[in-house]
Design a protein around this ligand. Structure first.
Ligand SMILES: Nc1ncnc2c1ncn2[C@@H]1O[C@H](COP(=O)(O)OP(=O)(O)OP(=O)(O)O)[C@@H](O)[C@H]1O
Length: 344
């Protein structure tokens, strides 16, 4: 669907994007994760044809974004970090305007506008001026404009920044539902967002791709091995003997358990094999009940911190921003929803 080959963007001598290579497959939700200044927006702006690359190429369904921009851009709906809204228009006036800009045939415009307003739940505010809407609703208007024209690919740059927790959940649910019909690329520096929404994660740091995998695999691979924490009732020798018979177990480390007559073990498993069922049956056979079995993979947050130098400072920065935004937007939104806004 999207091929990014050897992509470079230089601002003077500063390398904002440093030889990126990746492929985006159809029908998945991709998370583009990285600290501030990692090069996420620059990459998205190149994929959508907003800015030109210094080197390399981007193919959208086989069309080079610089050589065949019309064909390539038709396939993309883009919500930039700051949505390009005309705030003196009403929601429906603005969407009509965008539909015209996107050259959607006249007879299809109102049908398509109604559809995207229904997807983004904008009907109740369709005659409001955009400048009088809360941040959450403005973001939905931005999403609606990206969805007009049925683009196959939807690119969203930090779509939940500045929203309150309720709005964040709504926008995330909306993004998940978009994944049924579209290929979605979502940039974010919020780790929980990426693991909650995305099928695949690309981690970028200082313009370079440092990881590309599913959130689950990233956690496993970074942990060095796939391992389980077990608490089992029974004698250490009996449990050991039973687990020794299970294939793919590389290492068995005993720990004293806090629970009476039980033993704790860390079990390291080869590769990405899921051995939980085999372990269950092996221990059932020797009548040693499992009291706890838990995967001890790294969280995506730990992976991110390990892969990027300044991950830790970024996370706390995000938390602080999030707290500040929350109170501000809750006030703003309660106005919008209770209909206290006056249109000027
Ligand atoms: N127009 C520009 N001129 C010069 N430098 C730029 C320009 N745009 C971006 N940069 C630099 O390129 C690097 C990547 O910026 P970019 O905005 O792509 O990062 P980002 O990952 O999207 O960060 P953020 O999450 O803060 O938006 C940064 O060092 C930034 O300062």
């Amino acid at each position: 669907m999207i091929e990014v080959r050897n992509l470079v963007k230089k601002y003077g001598s500063h390398m904002a994007v440093n030889h990126l290579n990746f492929t985006i497959e159809k029908g998945k939700i991709y998370g583009f994760l990285g600290p501030n200044g990692a090069g996420k927006s620059t990459t998205m702006n190149m994929i959508t044809g907003y800015i030109a690359s210094t080197e390399g190429e981007i193919l959208i369904d086989g069309h080079n974004i610089l050589e065949e921009p019309e064909e390539a851009k038709k396939k993309i709906g883009y919500l930039p970090e700051i949505p390009p809204l005309y705030v003196d228009m009403t929601v429906s006036e603005y969407l009509k305007f965008v539909a015209e800009l996107k050259s959607i045939p006249k007879e299809k415009r109102s049908g398509n506008i109604n559809e995207v307003m229904s997807t983004t739940k904008l009907q109740s505010v369709k005659d409001r001026l955009i400048k009088n809407l809360s941040k959450g609703y403005r973001q939905r208007v931005g999403l609606a404009q990206a969805l007009l024209g049925y683009p196959e690919i939807i690119i969203l740059d930090e779509p939940t920044v500045g929203l309150d927790p309720k709005q964040i959940i709504e926008i995330r649910d909306l993004i998940k539902s978009l994944g049924n019909k579209h290929t979605v690329i979502l940039s974010s520096h919020i780790l929980s967002e990426v693991s909650a929404v995305c099928d695949h994660v690309l981690i970028i740091d200082k313009g370079k791709l440092v990881a590309s995998d599913t959130p689950e695999n990233l956690s496993k691979v970074m942990a060095g091995a796939n391992s389980l924490e077990l608490t089992v009732k029974g004698k250490e020798e009996v449990i050991r003997k039973a687990l020794d018979m299970v294939e793919n177990i590389e290492e068995l480390v005993y720990h004293q358990s806090m629970i009476k007559d039980a033993c704790d073990f860390t079990v390291k498993i080869a590769g990405n094999q899921d051995m939980r069922e085999n372990i269950f049956f092996a221990l059932a056979e020797v009548k040693c009940p499992i009291l706890k079995m838990q995967s001890s993979n790294m969280s995506l947050e730990e992976v991110f911190l390990k892969l990027t130098d300044d991950g830790r400072s970024i996370s706390s920065e995000v938390d602080e921003m999030f707290e500040a935004d929350t109170s501000e937007n809750l006030a703003e939104d309660s106005d919008a929803e209770s209909g206290k806004e006056e249109e000027k």
